[in-house]
Every structure is written in C-alpha cells, then in structure tokens.
Design a binder for this molecule. Structure first.
Ligand code: NAD
Length: 504
C-alpha cells in the first residue's frame, strides 16, 4: 500500500493510476491545518471518454461472470477494508478533517454495504411461476445495466461511495466514480483495495473533477444510470440533466433534521443524544440533527439548561487529537458561510445561547468552528429554512406536538427526524403523520442499518429508488420477464390469432 505523502492526484482508469492531463486543477486542503496538500487535475472530455470506453468493455465480461466469482472478489475486498481500517481512517481524517474515531465509524457503516452486496446472489433471485398458460412457465431475471456512475460528496469519503457503488459492482455493472474533488484520496485508496481483491480491470474507475467533469459523465451516451449524493441544489440539476438524457437517476440531497422533545421524555438521554447527533463530525452529516423542538415552556427551560452546560464543554480539534469531540469544517469558504448564517440569525432576532465562533484551538490556520447554539429561532428565519452544514444548531420552541409535526411537514427538507418521548401513543402519531423519509423514536440519528433502504422525502431526494439497502440492487439492474414453452414435437401445429389467455 502506498504511503500518504501527497502530491498530484491521479485518476484510476482500466486498472491503472493515470496522470491527469488537464491544466484545470483544484486543490485539496487538510481542514485540520488549513494547509494545501495536493492538486487535482480535473478530467477532460477525452479522459472521461477513455474511462467510459474501458468500463463498457469490462462491463460485458463482468456482467457475464458467475455471481459466485463476483462475490469472491467482494469477500476479499471486505477483508482488505478491515485490514486497512487504520490507514483509511487517517486518510479520511487528513482530507476531510473528521476525527479518527468518527472516520472508523464511517468505515464500519460502509462495510455494512459490502456485507449486503455479498448477499447479491440472494437479492438477484428472480420470480418463477409454472403453468401460467398451457405448459407455459414465466420467470423474471435481473440483468446489469452496463456502465453506471456515482457522484459523491465530501462528507463521507468512504461510506457514501461504498453505499452507492458496491452493490452496483456486485450485480455486474462497471463503475465510474466521481468523488468530491475536496476528498479524492479515499476513493483512490478504495481503488487499490479493489485491485488487490482481484476485480478485473475496467470494472471500477475513478475520475476526478468538478461540475464540468460531472456534466461530461452524466450526458455520455454509454452511461446507463446515475446515482448522486450531495446538496439539494446540485441533486436537482443532476436529476434534470440526467433524465433529459434518458438516464436512470436517483439524487440524494441535503436535510434539516429535527429532534422533537416531549414533556415526558427522558431529558438526560435526549440531551446526550442531541450532542452526538447534532455536533458529531462538525455537524457535516446529512442526517445530523440541526434543530431541537422542545414541546412546552417547562420542557424547553429544563432541556436548554442541561444542554447549554454540555455544549459549552465541546472541543473542536485536529483529526488526530484523541480529545477532540469533532474536527474542523471542510474549507475556509464553508467556515465563512456558517459564520454568515450565524450573523444573519442574530440579525433576524435569534438569541445566542452558546457562541462557538472563536474556538480555542491549537492550530489557528485550521478551518475550526466551535459548537454554537441559537435559541428563539422562528420558522421564517433563514437559519431555519436552509441547511447549515456546520456546528451551528438551533432551538425552535413549540407548544404542542401538533405544532411540531406541522412545522416539520411544511419544511422543504424531509431527510431524517426523531422524537424523544415515553408515550407510545405520541410516538405512533408522530411516526404515522410525519412527512420525512427516515424517522427515529428515542434514537439520536435515525440512519437505517445497511440492509434497510435509505432515502429522504421532499427536496432531500430527487428521482425514484433508495440506497444502502436492497433497493440499490433494483436501481442498478433491469428486470426481464420471460414466458417460455417447449413443444412436444409429435403434436401438430395449431395456428391461432386469439390474444393469449391464462386459462388455455
Ligand atoms: P455538493 O453538492 O457541493 O457536491 C457533491 C458532488 O457534486 C461533488 O462530487 C461535486 O464535485 C459535484 N458538483 C458540485 N456542483 C456541481 C454542479 N453544479 N453540477 C454537477 N456536479 C456538481 O455537496 P458537498 O458539499 O460535497 O456535500 C455536502 C452536501 O451533501 C450536504 O448538503 C449534505 O446534506 C449532502 N449529503 C446528502 C446525503 C444523503 O444521503 N441525502 C449524504 C451525504 C451528504
């Protein structure tokens, strides 16, 4: 395995690292130090064409390779990820800024997707019915699509690419992965692991670039399906462009995830859950809790009192600092944008409960923000309407459960939500009436385990199909239904023009 002294980022095409030819480059920064650590040449149209050309050739063979052989590669891949977890976690920390323990958690969740894909032989089983007509059997099979692409965000450099792509490969497709240009190392590390696992050349390719590269990939005639994860603004663009070019598209966007705290909830558990779910990973998770809604004045007062003490103690720090609760945010631009959101909230009348704008950190050049908590946020404020992808969290006070459900249902996003309560009746009402894709009851982040489907509602997802779970296999395959009869050669042929019925 190559050591991590960083320079120019390669593409990975047809089983080889390929030096990018473009003059158009981006830069990778380590958020913990604020230092530039590598340059990334953005793939040209020719480089995209070349990768897709090799992928198309590889897809034909790979799709016809026995499922048992394909799964053998996946077993080895899983083993290699486990073996290299330390190295991979450091790489994630270096380029993304999250703490090593958080990065290991991410890798663990990514492995769940490999586990599910190892079960592809079971998931790929079709249906079969005997005697649907006179001596006719009907059955369905699931076939790979060919060359497919996944476009991933910066916040989960390993888990999201694994969740999007492993099943796609397992069911027989060839992959063009376009990782976030801010975190390209982890995807290339995964390429090395695929290679060591024995994946044939051309089945897995990594192309680096920005929006222009994405445009080349998603409009290419040989790309059959596009799976995208990122902000909602871009998800919408990808969905519109992809479907216009007749591709199968699912595009997962951002979120504004609420935690409702009922008067009968265990408040200590709710506070601890909020801390981890709201500030973990510097709040750069699509399923991070951004908004707490205590129900009733008394709940709000007690909850905020307990919460404030704990938020004040949270410490941002370098990815390799064992004492840090969370790391830096991804870039200087992201930091400035979060600071602007806080300023705007204060201007609009929010009340600062905990001010994390000037955190006490060792490395002043890193992109650090401390934990911020804003109270008295109203539903018409920008800080409530939009996703804030950093450690500025808000309190919206409500009087009743109905008011909480109404506000959440009116919100543009519908990724995740959770309720803390001891009432089964309130919990049931909430889970039934809430218009959000992933719902928790007394759990901090309602991200489903890898063998359940994952996906938000409303502006949090464009297109059909979910990811992580078995739906990934459906998304990356096409179903063929076959009706079949074998003649008795001794019978004479009968010519009929009737529409075939099922009772013949
Ligand atoms: P982003 O939308 O800026 O970028 C995502 C990917 O799209 C990157 O690979 C980027 O190169 C590409 N891209 C950017 N602009 C583009 C354009 N105009 N046209 C085509 N491609 C473009 O997202 P990000 O900042 O990397 O990630 C954070 C966002 O992702 C947050 O909004 C977060 O909520 C969301 N997210 C969602 C999920 C989910 O499952 N719903 C999971 C993780 C992250």
């Amino acid at each position: 395995m190559e050591s991590v002294t960083l320079d120019t980022i390669n593409h990975y095409i047809n089983g080889q690292k390929v030096k990018g030819k473009s003059d158009q480059v981006g830069y990778v920064y380590s958020p913990s130090t604020g230092k530039k650590i590598a340059e990334v040449p953005y793939a040209t149209k020719e480089e995209v064409n070349e990768a897709i050309h090799f992928a198309k050739q590889a897809a034909k063979k790979w799709g016809n390779t026995s499922i048992g052989k394909r799964v053998e590669v996946l077993h080895r891949f899983r083993h290699l990820i486990v073996e290299h977890t330390e190295e991979l976690a450091r790489l994630i920390g270096l380029e993304n800024g999250k703490t090593i323990s958080d990065a290991k958690g991410e890798i663990g969740r990514g492995i769940e997707s490999v586990d599910l894909a190892i079960g592809a032989p079971h998931i790929l089983k079709g249906e079969h019915s005997a005697n649907v007509g006179g001596e006719i059997n009907a059955y369905s099979i699931k076939q790979p699509l060919g060359v497919v692409t996944c476009i991933s965000p910066f916040n989960f450099p390993v888990m999201v690419p694994l969740a999007m792509s492993t099943m796609a490969v397992a069911v027989g497709n060839a992959m063009i992965l376009k990782p976030s240009e801010k975190v390209p190392y982890s995807a290339l590390f995964l390429s090395e692991l695929w290679e060591q696992a024995g994946l044939p050349k051309g089945v897995w390719n990594v192309i680096n670039g920005d929006k222009d590269t994405v445009q080349e990939i998603i409009t290419h005639q040989d790309i059959e399906a596009i799976s995208f994860v990122g902000s909602s603004k871009v998800a919408e663009i990808i969905y519109e462009t992809g479907t216009k070019h007749h591709k199968r598209v699912n595009a997962f966007g951002g979120g504004k995830n609420h935690m409702v705290v009922m008067p009968d909830a265990n408040l200590d558990k709710a506070v601890d859950s909020f801390i981890g779910a709201a500030y973990g990973s510097a709040s750069q998770r699509c399923m991070a809790i951004s908004t707490v809604m205590p129900v009733g004045e008394q709940t709000a007062e007690t909850f905020k009192e307990k919460l404030k003490v704990k938020v004040e103690k949270l410490q941002a720090g370098s990815f390799d600092d064992e004492h840090a609760d969370f790391g830096a945010v991804i870039s200087q631009e992201a930091k400035q944008s979060i600071l602007r959101d806080i300023e705007m909230a204060l201007k609009e009348g929010a009340n600062m409960l905990v001010d994390g704008r000037n955190p006490d950190v060792e490395n002043k050049e890193g992109f650090y923000l401390g934990a911020t908590l804003l109270d008295q946020v109203k539903p018409d404020m920008k800080v409530y309407i939009e996703e804030v992808f950093g450690p500025a969290r808000i309190v919206v006070n409500v009087e009743t459960l109905e008011e909480a459900i109404g506000l959440i249902n009116d919100h543009q996003y519908g990724n995740g939500v959770t309720i803390f309560t001891n009432s089964g009746r309130d919990a049931r009402k909430f889970t039934q009436e809430i218009e959000v894709g992933m719902v928790g009851v007394n759990v901090p982040i309602p991200i489903p385990v890898g063998y359940y489907n994952f996906g938000g509602w409303k502006s949090s997802r464009y297109g059909e199909g979910q990811m992580f779970g078995p739906d990934t296999a459906r998304f990356f395959t096409k179903t063929k239904t076959i009706s079949e009869r074998w003649f008795d050669q001794k019978e004479s042929d009968e010519l009929t023009f009737d529409f075939p019925g099922t009772k013949d």
